[in-house]
Design a protein around this ligand. Structure first.
Ligand SMILES: [Zn+2]
Length: 59
């Protein structure tokens, strides 16, 4: 699968000057020169956390 999620902003400095780095899923920021990896971890993390919160508050 060649299609990747592309970040719109650098998570470190907020610049939009991002370009793909050497490895799949890695990006280099043209402004702060940081290189980072963007990885998909799964679905439902936020909902799972929300559910946990509801459970705690309903007690
Ligand atoms: Zn940056």
């Amino acid at each position: 699968m060649s299609e990747r999620a592309a970040p719109f902003y650098c998570p470190y400095c907020g610049e939009e000057d991002l370009r793909p780095h050497e490895e799949d899923g890695t990006w280099a920021c043209g402004d702060c020169l940081r290189v980072f990896r963007l990885a998909f971890l799964g679905v439902g993390g936020a909902r799972a956390a929300e559910r946990r919160t509801h459970k705690e508050t309903s007690r």
